[in-house]
Ligand binder design. Structure first.
Ligand code: DAH
Length: 357
């Protein structure tokens, strides 16, 4: 029995792969294996012989099985190590020179806007791009007959005959996010809502889809003064020029009272636009104090709360900041344009690291 044991222990130790190991298993403890046959001979033994041979054979079988299992695990480990060695990759090596994608200026500018407003305590909110006409118009104090509905060149969603769900539109502005946010979170609140908006319009400065950012700050005592400060902080940070002045011009929006259109200071020198200097003005956004009816529509008590809102075209301020002449090129997906105006993919804009390096 010792010979048998030594023979198989040596053979198992020397097995080079799982196939050889399986052959050895069959040869030793398989149905017709050497050890199994020996166990069958137990029946021919005297009871005394059997008493010693039986347990010894069982122990041998267990030992062989254990050796087989250990070797099998060892072979699997070795195979894995071999594979890992083959697949080893030094992630610290520089990448191969390849055409890299770039971040679209709209994404970049949205990140910049978000970073600046986050620093002033504004959270980011989102709403659906397909919305009901109630959120897009009625709740914003634009009733059915209001001329603003026609002015906005709204895309209406097709409705099957007999469909009695409320009419849906492609949102014409980000203002409906004001309603959705206040409805859900109440007051006080301080948010911006960047996103896509849609109007049936197309020329050098208009595309049927473009991007806006909405701002909303509601509390007990928020005033136009807060609005002016926030916007001047924003424009100075965004254009990376200290102390940019704004000019508020009285205007009218159904969802604000009073309302103002806001210009930033600029100059035209030799056909070149310079932001933040000179005595010219450039219109950049609409704003005002949120109309009490808008607060009420969103379930916020206008006797208790008040605040400002504004809406600004992201594409437009991106064009101003990065000197991009034609809005339509933003959405042409021309790779040459994207390489020229795009931003490095790992260069995330932050206030401390620089917005537009
Ligand atoms: N929603 C307006 C538009 O699309 C922009 C706007 C003006 C938004 C005044 C506002 C605001 O929040 O107060 O043209």
């Amino acid at each position: 029995m010792d010979d048998l044991r030594n023979k198989y222990i040596d053979l198992i130790a020397g097995a080079s792969d799982e196939g050889a190991l399986e052959d050895l298993r069959v040869q030793a403890v398989g149905k017709k294996g050497e050890i199994s046959l020996k166990m069958r001979e137990l029946g021919k033994m005297t009871p005394e012989e059997r008493q010693t041979a039986g347990p010894a054979l069982n122990a041998l079988k267990d030992e062989i099985n254990a050796a087989l299992a250990a070797k099998k695990a060892g072979l699997a480990d070795a195979a894995l190590n071999e594979r890992l060695k083959g697949e080893w990759l030094d992630v610290t090596l520089p990448t191969r020179a390849m055409r890299q994608g770039t971040i679209h200026p709209i994404s970049q500018v949205t990140e910049e806007i978000t970073a600046i407003f986050a620093d002033m305590g504004f959270a980011v909110a989102e709403g659906p791009q397909i919305d009901t006409d109630w959120y897009n118009f009625d709740a914003l104090n634009i009733p059915g007959h209001h001329p603003a509905r026609a002015e906005m060149d709204t895309f209406y969603m097709h409705r099957a005959e007999g469909d009695d769900r409320p009419p849906h539109v492609l949102r014409t502005h980000t203002s409906p996010v004001q309603i959705r946010y206040m409805e859900k979170h109440g007051a006080p609140c301080r948010i911006i809502a960047p996103g896509r908006v849609y109007r049936a319009d197309y020329d050098q400065t208009h595309t049927p889809m473009f991007n806006q950012v909405e701002g909303l700050a509601i509390d007990k005592d928020i005033s136009m003064a807060n609005l002016k400060w926030v916007l001047e902080e924003f424009f100075s940070a965004f254009f990376e020029i200290d102390g940019i002045k704004t000019r508020f011009r009285a205007s009218h929006f159904p969802f604000t009272e009073p309302s103002a259109e806001v210009d930033i200071q600029c100059s035209w020198v030799d056909g070149q636009l310079k932001i933040g200097e000179g005595d010219g003005w450039l219109e950049v956004l609409g704003s005002g104090m949120v109309h009490p009816k808008v607060l009420a529509a969103a379930g916020v008590d206008p006797n208790e709360w008040q605040g400002f809102a504004f809406g600004m075209g992201i594409d437009r301020i991106a064009m101003l900041k990065y000197g991009i002449p034609d809005l339509r090129a933003f959405f042409d997906s021309d790779l040459r344009w994207l390489r020229h105006y795009g931003f490095a993919s790992l260069d995330v804009p932050t206030l401390h690291g620089g917005l537009s390096r």
